[in-house]
Design a protein around this ligand. Structure first.
Ligand code: NAD
Length: 495
């Protein structure tokens, strides 16, 4: 049985204290254990990162970028092994795991570009013989805390850029599927990353609490659920750290009467049920404008859902796999049941999928719920399962009001053929990432990722240009080399 530990100062270590089982969600069988870092082991990781910082900060930017180029090559070379680890612990189907890895690698490619991005700003002769420039210096030790649903991509949102900017890093991946994050960090070492620059602690709240309070940690990047994101942000900032904490979501797709309904149905299928709905950008609510639109959408979705292929990662032809744990499966099933008892109409019920050979896995089938209203638990809460709720609205303003009123504001999209409506929507809607006829508007690596409202705590989004700002601090230097023949007498007025 695999025992997963930590990577501290370039060495693999396991703890002797608390452990958790690592179950394969497709079978429910235990395949390993993760040893949970104690507070003192977490402090060891921070100390290793702090010790590595001076030399790494002084390493020429091009040398740091070269490590990232080699890291990208290692990730591509070991893609199959990485995807297998993701499939075994998360349950993702290989094609989905491969997609996650590709999006992660794009962030490594962006980090390769750091020397260009860190060039700073320069002004000559801002005064007599005076030049001024701003440079972007690394912060020191940075911590990253990541969720289970993208065990490879979300860590890669963080540390490649942080490290390329000259910081050192302590990553705390999800304790539910940590193996891929540890394996990938080892590949970074194979690419030439010096020991201590990147450390990984497998752990839970005990490790997180140290990362949020230890004075050596300068900044914290967090991605996970909203209650934890808010608590992390409050504690980290209270301890004087820079913090960006990305939280949960309830992403609405609005479908207008003039939309290409067939295209909207196809888009909704992947966006709602891909990765079992365990994506923070999944579409979980479709708002149909007009009764006819709603009826056609429901009919189209119902018919497409009849051919959804659900099962384990062993079959790459499956559309999606199991949920992460038995507890999470039960929570999703309970939310579906609550919708029924609150008066919604269950069009496709995935609570008891028939999957011969996979009876012990944590599966929920694709579920479609019509006639959902704002007061229902299935509408208010992030379900994080393969469940799509249909809400009926009379017009675009009413549909947009639903999005604006929801506590989350991660992603949203509009399906229409009307450019004026699209422009009005993207201009005014209260969400951070907006798609027009695009169901999952996940920004590419050279933009930045972040929601509004209670989907993001902090000022800067993840990765891309905001990531670069987050992992550096500005220093502005004003310098004078006076010419002997231009000596000035003392001045006491403000320069
Ligand atoms: P989670 O909040 O349970 O866990 C996230 C991380 O926080 C993990 O590393 C976990 O060990 C740690 N953690 C959990 N409880 C903690 C506590 N009480 N104190 C300190 N640390 C704690 O989230 P999850 O279930 O792993 O991931 C799913 C959630 O993440 C969903 O809500 C999803 O929307 C969100 N998510 C958001 C984004 C985004 O970019 N906004 C991306 C991916 C996932």
């Amino acid at each position: 049985m695999n025992t997963i530990g930590h990577l501290i100062g370039g060495k693999t270590v396991t703890s002797s204290g608390r452990v958790l089982p690592l179950n394969n969600p497709a079978t429910g069988c235990q395949e390993g254990i993760v040893t949970l870092a104690s507070a003192s082991e977490t402090r060891d990781a921070i100390a290793a990162a702090a010790a590595a910082f001076p030399a790494w900060r002084a390493t020429p930017q091009s040398k740091r970028a070269q490590v990232m180029f080699r890291f990208k090559a290692e990730l591509e070379k070991h893609a199959d092994e990485i995807c297998q680890l993701v499939s075994r612990e998360h349950g993702k189907i290989p094609h989905d795991a491969a997609g996650e890895l590709v999006r992660g690698i794009e962030n490594v490619e962006y980090a390769c570009f750091a020397p260009e991005l860190l060039k700073g700003e320069f002004s000559k002769n801002v005064g007599p013989d005076i030049d001024s420039w701003s440079e972007f210096q690394p912060l020191g030790v940075v911590a990253g805390i990541t969720p289970f649903n993208f065990p490879v991509m979300v860590p890669l949102w963080m540390y490649p850029l942080a490290i390329a900017c000259g910081n050192t890093f302590v990553l705390k991946p999800s304790e539910r599927d940590p193996s891929a994050a540890i394996f990938v960090a080892q590949l970074a070492h194979d690419a030439g990353l010096p020991d201590g620059v990147l450390n990984v602690v497998s752990g839970d709240k005990e490790a997180v609490d140290v990362l949020l309070t230890d004075p050596e940690v300068q900044a914290v990047s967090f991605v996970g659920s909203t209650p934890v994101a808010e608590a992390v942000y409050t504690t980290a900032t209270h301890h004087g750290k820079r913090c960006q904490a990305l939280g949960g979501a309830k992403n609405h797709a609005i479908v207008m009467p003039d939309a290409d309904i067939e295209n909207a149905v196809q888009s909704m299928m992947g966006a709602a049920f891909g990765s079992s709905g365990e994506r923070c950008m999944s579409i979980s609510v479709v708002v149909a404008v007009g009764q006819e639109t709603a009826d056609s959408l429901v009919e189209g979705l119902k018919s497409e859902m009849a051919s959804l292929k659900i099962g384990s990662a062993e079959n790459d032809a499956n559309d999606f796999g199991p949920l992460i744990t038995a507890e999470h499966r039960d929570r999703v099933v309970n939310l579906i049941s609550s919708a029924e008892s609150e008066g919604a109409e269950l069009i496709v019920d995935g609570r008891s999928p028939k999957l011969p050979g996979n009876e012990t896995g944590y599966f929920v089938g694709g579920t479609l719920i019509d006639q959902v209203t704002q007061d229902m638990a299935c509408y208010q809460q992030e379900i994080f399962g393969p469940v799509l709720c249909v809400v009926r609205a009379h017009n675009l303003d009413e549909a947009m009001q639903l999005v604006d009123d929801h506590e989350y504001g991660n992603g949203t999209c509009l399906f229409t053929r009307d450019g004026e409506a699209a422009r009005y929507f993207s201009d005014n809607i209260k969400a951070g990432m907006v798609g027009i006829n695009i169901p999952l508007p996940v920004p590419v690596a050279y933009h930045s990722f972040g929601g509004w409202k209670r989907s993001l705590f902090g000022d800067l989004s993840a990765y891309g240009p905001d990531g670069l700002r987050f992992y550096t601090r500005r220093k502005t230097i004003t310098q004078r080399w006076p010419s002997a023949y231009l000596r000035e007498s003392s001045s006491f007025s403000f320069p």
